[in-house]
Design a protein around this ligand. Structure first.
Ligand SMILES: [Zn+2]
Length: 81
């Protein structure tokens, strides 16, 4: 009983409205940023800089929804010994 309550709380904190593939986002060459239209007609933005830092959760600029951006991290060979 107690455990399921904790689970629900954790889910709420991580409320993600959708998983979006980076390929499905619109790329802006000038900004080096990706954007994705939210259902509220606002936008989610993620920049290449954020991707390099490992950021994958971005919020809408017009409402409180968030999405998880799905992408492959290419630079992952340094720890490979
Ligand atoms: Zn929105």
């Amino acid at each position: 009983m107690l455990n399921s309550k904790v689970d629900q709380r954790n889910k709420k904190v991580l409320a993600i409205s959708a998983d979006v593939d980076l390929d499905d986002m619109a790329y802006d060459e000038e900004d080096g940023s990706y954007s994705f239209l939210c259902r509220c007609s606002g936008y989610y933005f993620i920049t290449e800089e954020m991707l390099e830092k490992g950021v994958d959760i971005v919020g809408c600029n017009n409402c409180s929804l968030r999405i998880r951006v799905l992408y492959d991290v290419v630079e992952d060979e340094e720890d490979d010994e």
